[in-house]
Design a protein around this ligand. Structure first.
Ligand code: ME8
Length: 519
């Protein structure tokens, strides 16, 4: 196997059921994980739930249940959503697990051994919703004159004994990291924001709390629990067995990619590398802050009554149309908007009418006109060679763009291959050749079969379930669906020589309908 590849999502707060933003981030990470696996990398893909902190404790109190009951219930909703979304994670971590407490205490001790922790008193602003400390200078004033965080969440004045991490000491090393590794924070706009913030100087960070106990205990100071972000960030190490020197740890650390939303870039691009430097651990290669998903251009909120349950979206449109839409419609890194009409329009135009129809027409003509028999080694004319090369360029375009996390352009390139095939079908009109030149019809349909198989394999990371149903019908073995299969020049001859026959095909990308209320 080629280089290992370790990708993580943020771990999600299970203080409520998962929302569309959680689905979006996890689908994107899954597409990346599947793409890297298809490209021959050995992938470790981790996601999970972030279960400590004041926000969880307060929510449980409001509901009259224990924080543990809240976590157990909600974490189950995240798991079942991810199963529904076909998420191929290798590890689902819950921060309340004992192995995670062990890892968090180990990194704490490593930071302490480096002289970076000291006891003092915290006095300042805290947002429970963001689980974040803010400087007075960062705050805004709300309509009623109240103080708000830069994310528009309420803040409260907090005074308590606290351990501090010497973050100020790391401002220069962090700036050097950003300068020497422009890839460390992406996209560039987020990198610039972080650099400006760090250039303004960093204050030491309060990293423990004494006013509640729902967290990981500070080693040697039992009345303190760690600031939830110290333990949350450590999840990326826990999943590899840290602090034990496991094979997984040496294979997969440092992570290749922490995929997160734009609101939590500061924690991942400032605090996390500083903690790791202090603990003398290698730094992740990239932190990518994706944009936010908006519902018809608006942030979802209970007060606007526009919160969409991702489970309902899947039930309505199917998992693959939703996955395809999210990766195709939104320029990755930027904010994007979704609506029922936009999902239906995109999925119908590209999956059902363009690719689905191409696959269905090709297989059904082979079934009907050639008794399901495919044949290799037929004469190829210039139009065939041109089509095969257009398809191969399209796939190269997809792979190149996906490698840069540019999914919408990658799928745009892929669609050019699909369009080339459909133009070829129209031009060759195999249904007419049936009477006038049956040998040519046979050649055309066999070329199309090869193109459909290649385009299917290329897009499989995005819509894996549907593509597997298609490739099953095409007689493509389950272990011959990775990108290495695209470089295999003998597959078609081998398939033709086998006893495989195209059966009456079943469409895998049905046309979607909007119901009245969504119009
Ligand atoms: O921040 N669109 O958890 P979280 C796209 N526990 N992404 C969105 C989004 C939206 N509308 N809303 C949220 C946390 N997200 C912490 C992370 S990691 C060590 C700890 C993204 O449940 C958000 O940016 O609030 C984050 O990456 C993820 O969903 C989980 O958010």
């Amino acid at each position: 196997m080629a280089d290992p590849f370790y990708i993580t999502t943020a771990i999600h707060y299970p203080n409520g059921k998962p929302h569309i933003g959680h689905a979006y981030e996890t689908i994107a990470a899954d597409v990346i994980a599947r793409f890297q696996r298809a490209s021959g990398r050995e992938v470790r893909f981790q996601t999970g739930t972030d279960e400590h902190g004041l926000k969880m404790a307060q929510k449980a109190r409001d509901l009259g249940i224990s924080p543990r009951e809240l976590c157990d219930e909600m974490s189950g909703h995240f798991k079942s959503l991810f199963d529904l979304l076909d998420i191929s994670y290798d590890n689902f971590i819950r921060t309340t697990e004992p192995r995670h407490h062990t890892a968090s205490q180990a990194i704490w001790e490593a930071m302490e051994a480096n002289g970076d922790l000291y006891l003092d008193r915290y006095e300042g602003w805290y947002s429970i919703r963001d689980e974040a400390y803010y400087d007075e200078s960062e705050l805004k004033t709300g309509e009623g004159g109240e103080k708000l965080s830069p994310q528009d969440t309420p803040v409260e004045w907090t005074v308590e004994e606290s351990w501090f991490f010497r973050l100020s000491k790391y401002a220069e090393p962090l700036l050097a990291l950003y300068r020497d590794n422009p890839e460390f924070i992406q996209p560039d706009s987020r990198r610039n924001e972080v650099m400006r913030f760090v250039e303004g100087g960093l204050r030491d960070l309060s990293v423990s709390r004494t006013s509640f106990d729902w967290g990981v205990k500070v080693p040697g100071a039992d009345n303190h629990v760690m600031y939830v972000w110290v333990d949350a960030l450590t999840n990326y190490l826990t999943g590899l067995g840290y602090p034990d020197e496991t094979d997984d740890f040496s294979k997969f650390w440092p992570a290749d990619l922490h995929l997160i939303g734009k609101d939590i870039v500061r924690f991942h691009a400032i605090y996390w590398p500083a903690f790791l430097m202090s603990a003398k651990l290698a730094l992740p290669k990239q932190v990518f802050g994706h944009g936010f998903l908006l519902n018809r251009g608006q942030k979802e909120s209970k007060s606007l009554g526009n919160v969409t349950d991702p489970v309902a979206l899947v039930e309505q449109f199917g998992v693959d149309p939703l996955r395809y839409f999210l990766m195709r419609e939104i320029a990755f890194g930027q904010d994007g908007s979704y609506s029922a009409e936009a999902i239906v329009t995109r999925a119908n135009a590209e999956l059902a009418n363009s690719f689905g129809n191409l696959a269905q027409r090709t297989l059904s003509m082979i079934f009907k006109n050639l008794d399901g028999v495919i044949e290799s080694g037929l004469p190829e004319d210039a139009a065939d060679t041109a089509l095969l090369s257009a398809v191969s360029d399209a796939i190269a375009g997809l792979r190149d763009n996906f490698g840069k996390l540019d999914f919408s352009d990658g799928l745009d390139a892929w669609m050019r291959g699909v369009f080339a095939c459909n133009a070829y079908v129209d031009e060759m009109a195999p249904w007419a050749l049936r009477k006038t030149d049956p040998d040519r019809m046979k050649a055309v349909l066999n070329v199309l079969f090869r193109c459909v198989r290649d385009l299917a394999i290329a897009v499989r990371p995005v819509v894996p379930g549907s593509i597997d149903r298609l490739l099953d019908q095409m007689g493509i073995a389950a272990d011959a669906r990775d990108y290495s299969a695209l470089a295999d020049n003998d597959w078609f001859a081998a398939l033709a020589a086998s006893d495989y026959k195209v059966e009456k095909p079943v469409g895998v990308f049905p046309r979607l309908e909007l119901t009245e209320t969504e119009g």
